[in-house]
Design a binder for this molecule. Structure first.
Ligand code: GDP
Length: 301
């Protein structure tokens, strides 16, 4: 069994490779829930939906959000009638979100995800990191912002001074998934807003210490491949590099995968992490995704 810790962009790219070479019934994917909230009356768990759509080959992988080829009739109509929405939710995607909202009322988030995964024909387990409500605030030079306001309304532009999030308890099955795995893969997701929330839950770091853990760095050179990770790391005084990423995971990490471009960091990283693997990590086609996934699987002792 293999467990993957995931956010909603970098790790799903790796999942596209992994699902080609690993039997999906051998995969647990623990997904960040920190940014989950209600928008336009529906529960939006963007990272979970991205993982579900990725595994079901439905993802719009231009934006790593929503369903490919979706229409936006409801979104546009809401604007026309004076009810604009912050998130651009597609029609089919909205159907998933309505269903999830109804399922949550009845069964809670974990079971809702399980039912939706089964409906999409998935054999893997998609496990929300927590079933508890959470909150994340981006402290900026223009004030305290909700995560999606920072990301969308303010286009990630304000200077970030701090990132604060609430601590939640792991969902049932999260610790067991880690304990019962031959390896845990930390995908190249935002270390601050996608991975740290998972790591900060009670029992997660301890469980990881007893498992083989391999992480792919989301930082190449001194910047993230996409998104605000580097801004968030800077705000928290963490070196924006694969070394900075390694320091966040060093108490449990066995192997860090960095990009060819960062070969010069190998020695420094070797002082923190047992093994450093160097390869092409820019996942701009399926070949790279599969190669990276294969390298990771081959590294499992
Ligand atoms: P979010 O939930 O949308 O923030 O997405 P994630 O946390 O899963 O992923 C965002 C991170 O993925 C960013 O820090 C990027 O640097 C990283 N990322 C995206 N694409 C790639 C890629 O092809 N290679 C690597 N190494 N990192 C990537």
């Amino acid at each position: 069994m293999i467990t993957v810790l995931s956010g909603g962009t970098g790790t799903p790219k790796l999942l596209q490779g992994l699902k080609e070479i690993v039997d999906p019934s051998e995969l647990n994917i623990i997904v960040n829930t920190l940014e989950n909230d209600y928008f336009s009356g529906v529960y939006v768990s963007a990272d979970i939906d991205t993982v579900l759509y990725t595994m079901a080959d439905l993802i719009n992988d231009e934006f790593w959000y929503g369903i490919k080829g979706d229409t936006f009739i409801t979104h546009e109509r809401l604007k026309e009638i004076g009810c604009p929405e912050l998130l651009r939710i597609g029609d089919k995607d909205r159907a998933t979100k309505i269903q999830k909202t109804l399922l949550i009322e009845k069964y809670g988030l974990k079971k809702a995800c399980q039912i939706q995964a089964e409906n999409m024909g998935l054999a893997c387990k998609v496990i929300p990191m927590s079933e508890q409500d959470s909150d994340i605030k981006i402290i900026t030079d223009i004030g305290e912002l909700e995560f999606h306001d920072f990301l969308i309304k303010h286009q990630q532009e304000p200077e970030v001074l701090d990132v604060k999030f609430s601590k939640v308890l792991p969902a049932d099955g999260v610790i067991d998934a880690i304990n019962n795995s031959d390896a845990v893969i930390i995908g190249p997701s935002n270390p601050i807003t996608s991975i740290l929330p998972i790591l900060s839950m009670e029992g997660v770091r301890e469980a990881l210490k007893n498992t083989y853990v391999i992480a792919v760095s989301p930082i190449i050179g001194s910047d993230s491949v996409s998104g605000p990770a580097s801004k968030f790391m800077k705000a928290l005084d963490i070196d924006v590099s694969s070394v900075g990423v390694a320091t966040l995971y060093k108490d449990f990490l066995d192997n860090i995968v960095i990009d060819n471009e960062d070969v010069n960091l190998e020695q420094e990283l070797n002082q923190i992490i047992n093994k450093v693997t160097i390869t092409n990590t820019i996942m701009n086609n399926l070949g790279v995704k599969k190669n990276l996934a294969q390298l990771i699987i081959d590294s499992i002792p």
